[in-house]
Design a protein around this ligand. Structure first.
Ligand SMILES: Cc1cc2nc3c(=O)[nH]c(=O)nc-3n(C[C@H](O)[C@H](O)[C@H](O)COP(=O)(O)OP(=O)(O)OC[C@H]3O[C@@H](n4cnc5c(N)ncnc54)[C@H](O)[C@@H]3O)c2cc1C
Length: 372
C-alpha cells in the first residue's frame, strides 16, 4: 500500500529508540525449560519459572514483542474474548466467574509489576444497534447476578457498559520492562532465533539445539504453523490499526470498543489516538499469518476516524499483526505431549489471559520439578 511520507508501518507503541538486539542462539544449550515466543505470554511464563529457581532459555523468531504482543490495541480487559454472558453459556457460570475474577486480579498484578506501562482507566463497551444494546443488557444482568464490577453507561461516546477495573497500557513498553526483569532473574534470551522444530525436550533452531526437560510454545498468531497438530483448532488472522498525532479536538478518557468489540480505540495522555478494527470486512484476505496493513481495511479505519470519531489530526502510524482464533472462543492452554506445552489462540484478547495461561503453565511445571 502507498503511505503518506510521514506515516510509519511500525506500531505507535514502538516509537522512540530501539533496544539493543539480543544475540542469536549460535550453539547447542541445555536448560530446565525452553520457552518459544517472547511476547507478553512467553515473558510472563519465563518470569515465573525464573522466580521458581529453574534455568530457562527463551527464543524468538524476530525481536521481542515484535508481533501482536507489541502491536495491539493496548486494552487490558477482564474476561475472555466472548462477552461474560456468552462465556457463561460456553463454560458454565461458576467457571466463567472464576476466570473473570482471576483476570481482574491479573490486571492488578500486572499494574504492580510494570506500573510505568499501565493506566487503570476502566473501559467502555458501546452498543451500535438496538440488538447490541440488548446484548449489553444481557451482559449487565449476567455480571450483576455474579457480583462482577460493571455499570450501565450513557455518555458522549454513546450507550453501553462501563467496566471500572479495566485498564490501558503500552504493550510494547510492558514487554520491554518484563524483558529486563527476566534477564535480571537469570533467563537467557535470544532474538532472531526461529524454532524450526519443537518436540518434547528438544527445540531445533538454525544454528543450535536447546535440550531441556520442558518446552513451552507461547505463540498466538501462527501457532498452528509452528505446531501443525493444532491445525483445525487455531486459525490465524490479521488485525489492523492506525494512530494519529495528538487530537485535542476529541476527548476519550478511557478505551472504548464498539460493534461487539470489532472496532476499538483509545486516546493516550498526550492526545494521540490508536484505532483498530474492521477485520470482519476484509473477507478471506484477513486470514493468514500476515503482518502488513492493507489499503482496504486502512481506508475503513480512516473513514471511521474522521466521520465517527471526529478526529482531524493526521495519521502517523499504520500497522498490523497476526493473532490466533479458536472456534469456541476459548484459548488453547495444554500439554500436547508430556513435556511439550502450547498456548495461544486468544481470539484477539490475549493481553491478560495470555499472561494467566503462561503463569499457570509455569506453575504446573514448577510443581512437577519440585515434586520429582
Ligand atoms: C492490532 C491488534 C490489536 C489487539 N488488541 C488487543 C487488546 O486491546 N487487548 C488484548 O487483550 N489483546 C489484543 N490483541 C491480541 C493480543 O495482542 C495478543 O493476543 C497477545 O499479544 C498475544 O501475545 P503472545 O505473547 O501470546 O503472542 P505473540 O504476540 O504472537 O508473540 C509470540 C512470539 O513468538 C514468536 N514466534 C513465532 N513463531 C516462532 C518460532 N517458530 N520460533 C520462535 N519464535 C516464534 C513471534 O515472533 C512473537 O514474537 C490485539 C492484537 C492485535 C494484532
Amino acid at each position: 500500500m502507498s503511505l503518506a511520507i510521514s506515516e510509519q508501518t511500525s506500531p505507535l507503541w514502538q516509537s522512540g529508540p530501539k533496544p539493543e538486539v539480543l544475540p542469536v542462539l549460535e550453539e547447542d544449550h541445555s536448560c530446565d525449560v525452553c520457552v518459544v515466543g517472547l511476547g507478553g505470554s512467553g515473558l510472563a511464563t519465563l518470569k515465573k519459572l525464573c522466580e521458581g529457581g529453574l534455568s530457562v532459555i527463551g527464543i524468538d523468531a524476530g525481536r521481542i514483542a515484535g508481533k501482536a504482543a507489541g502491536a495491539n490495541g493496548g486494552f487490558l480487559l477482564a474476561g475472555m474474548a466472548r462477552f461474560y454472558h456468552q462465556a457463561r453459556q460456553t463454560i458454565g457460570a461458576e467457571k466463567a466467574r472464576l476466570i473473570y475474577q482471576s483476570t481482574i486480579e491479573e490486571i492488578e498484578r500486572m499494574c504492580g509489576e510494570t506500573p510505568e506501562a499501565i493506566r487503570l482507566t476502566g473501559s467502555l463497551r458501546i452498543a451500535t444497534s438496538p440488538e447490541e444494546a440488548a446484548d449489553c443488557q444481557a451482559q449487565l444482568e449476567a455480571m450483576r447476578e455474579d457480583r462482577l464490577p460493571v455499570s450501565p453507561y450513557f455518555g458522549p461516546e454513546g450507550e453501553g457498559l462501563l467496566f471500572p477495573t479495566d485498564g490501558s497500557f503500552n504493550p510494547w513498553l510492558r514487554c520491554r520492562l518484563l524483558t529486563g526483569q527476566v534477564i535480571a532473574l537469570g533467563a537467557n534470551l535470544y532474538e532472531n532465533t526461529p524454532a524450526l522444530t519443537v518436540a518434547p525436550g528438544k527445540v531445533v533452531t538454525p544454528a543450535g539445539t536447546v535440550r531441556c526437560r520442558e518446552v513451552v510454545v507461547a505463540v498466538d498468531g501462527g501457532l498452528e504453523v509452528l505446531m501443525p497438530a493444532l491445525k483445525g483448532r487455531v486459525r490465524t488472522a490479521r488485525l489492523q490499526m492506525l494512530a494519529t498525532a495528538p487530537a485535542p479536538e476529541v476527548d476519550f478518557p478511557r478505551p472504548v470498543y464498539a460493534r461487539y468489540g470489532l472496532e476499538y480505540w483509545q486516546q493516550l495522555p498526550d492526545g494521540r489516538i490508536a484505532l483498530g478494527g474492521f477485520r470482519d470486512k476484509g473477507g478471506d484476505g484477513e486470514w493468514g499469518n500476515l503482518s502488513q496493513p492493507s489499503p482496504q481495511i486502512q481506508a475503513m479505519l480512516d473513514k471511521f476516524l474522521r466521520e465517527t470519531l471526529g478526529v482531524e489530526a493526521p495519521v502517523t502510524h499504520r500497522w498490523a499483526a497476526p493473532v490466533g482464533f479458536t472456534e469456541n472462543g476459548l484459548p488453547v492452554m495444554e500439554a500436547l505431549e508430556k513435556g511439550l506445552w502450547v498456548m495461544g489462540g486468544y481470539c484477539g484478547t490475549g493481553n491478560v489471559i495470555g499472561a494467566i495461561c503462561g503463569r499457570t503453565i509455569a506453575g504446573l511445571i514448577l510443581d512437577a520439578f519440585h515434586s520429582s
